[in-house]
Design a protein around this ligand. Structure first.
Ligand SMILES: *Cc1c(COP(=O)(O)O)cnc(C)c1O
Length: 384
């Protein structure tokens, strides 16, 4: 039954990378020969390419998506006594950037249909101490960023978009990372533009902000050995930039493949199981979804059973995220963690992420869906 040929990996980065091997080697050899391992021409070129793709004036490379978020907090002068509004249903780095600078996260709940932060909850959480809002564009779909930016503008609060999972996504045709004061991207290997190691980028349309972000990313040093502010050392290196430029060229094609795969899952799952016990992912009609993840809601407390069943049949899945950030051990003695976020808790107990990458085949998707169908057929039989 668990015939090896029918196994489906959660993610297989080698499938995307191996056809590009020669292009990578050529690009990397150029870096080796140039000796410019930091601040090489590929870094500046990738910054230009990402800026133009994301319709912003400047992009600033840094060492990771996590550093991008931290640098945004530092450049906005956020510190002790300041509040930053953020969802708890996200990757830890959306929040640790706030506590790292000594500020207080104010957690808000999500919309159950998209898993993205609820704009109305943001509005109610604003106080005179609010110094920024960090909406997260989760799984490849933008949050309702137009509403969020309107609310923020009424209160004169900067918005920092966590677009780590959503390069190339858009809302009302305007790209992720171009709405707020600052946008943060990640090139972690599982992201839609994934490198061969860590990397990140910041986007902004404010030239003074671009300058501050670069200042903080370079130890606050200007000129050399004179430090204006206490920054960090966070750079995108030339090797990563060279790899990323090869992949960047194919990003629109990779996004299209993800969209086709998502549409196929939705069609096949709708036929096989329906949208009752299993909640299929919902697309906001105003969003251009780039499907970093295909996320199901598994109801009736059966998520972990389904996951174990699929794992036994060779189908890889993941849970993004099993615990909300406000329930993480490191924050348990903090007053800001004592909040009630029912939609966030429900999402953590129901969510299941299926294999999703551009090179995933139709046959593999049919295998995944067939195994899910069998789980429900067996469940119905044992209940009868
Ligand atoms: C991946 C991710 C980050 C952090 O990016 P790294 O490059 O891994 O540091 C931040 N926020 C979200 C939502 C992410 O998915």
């Amino acid at each position: 039954m668990t015939d090896g040929s029918s196994t489906v990996p959660l993610l297989d980065v080698a499938r995307g990378n191996s056809p590009l091997r020669e292009a990578f080697m050529e690009a990397l050899e150029k870096v080796v020969d140039s000796g410019r391992f930091l601040f090489g021409p590929d870094v500046a070129q990738l910054e230009q390419e990402v800026a133009s793709f994301s319709q912003v004036d400047s992009a600033v490379g840094c060492a990771s998506g996590s550093d991008a978020l931290l640098l945004a907090m530092m450049a906005l002068n956020i510190g002790p006594g300041d509040e930053v509004i953020v969802p708890s249903f996200t990757f830890f780095a959306s929040v640790s950037c706030i506590t790292r600078v000594g500020a207080t996260p104010v957690f808000v709940d999500i919309c159950p249909d998209t898993f993205n932060v609820d704009p109305a909850a943001i509005e109610s959480a604003i106080t005179p101490a609010t110094k920024a809002i960090i909406p997260v564009h989760l799984f490849g779909q933008c949050a309702q960023i137009d509403q969020i930016c309107n609310i923020a503008a009424q209160h004169n609060i900067p918005v920092v978009e966590d677009a780590a999972q959503s390069i190339g996504a858009a809302y009302h045709s305007r790209p992720a990372g171009s709405w707020g004061q600052v946008g943060c991207f990640s090139f972690y290997p599982t992201k839609n533009l994934g490198g061969m190691g860590d990397g990140g980028m910041l986007s902004t349309t404010d030239p003074a902000m671009a300058d501050r972000l670069r200042l903080f990313a370079g130890h606050g040093m200007r000129p050399r050995y004179y430090h204006k502010v206490v920054g960090i050392n966070s750079r995108l290196d030339s090797f990563q930039a060279a790899v990323l430029r090869v992949k960047f060229e194919r990003l629109p094609e990779a996004i299209r493949a993800r969209q086709e795969n998502a549409a196929r899952y939705t069609h096949l799952l709708g036929e096989a199981v329906g949208d009752g016990e299993l909640g299929l992912p919902q697309v906001d009609p105003d969003a251009f979804h780039v499907w970093n993840q295909y996320s199901l809601r598994v109801r009736e407390g059966r998520r972990d059973d389904l996951r174990a069943f699929l794992s036994g049949r060779g189908v890889g899945t993941e849970i993004y995220y099993p615990i909300p950030v406000h329930r993480q051990e490191c924050y348990q003695d903090q007053a800001f963690a004592q909040v009630d976020l029912p939609e966030t808790d429900a999402a953590c107990s129901e969510i299941l992420n299926l294999p999703m990458f551009p090179e995933l085949t139709e046959a593999e998707q049919r295998t995944v869906v067939e195994q899910i169908r069998q789980f429900y057929v067996q469940g119905a039989r044992s209940a009868a």
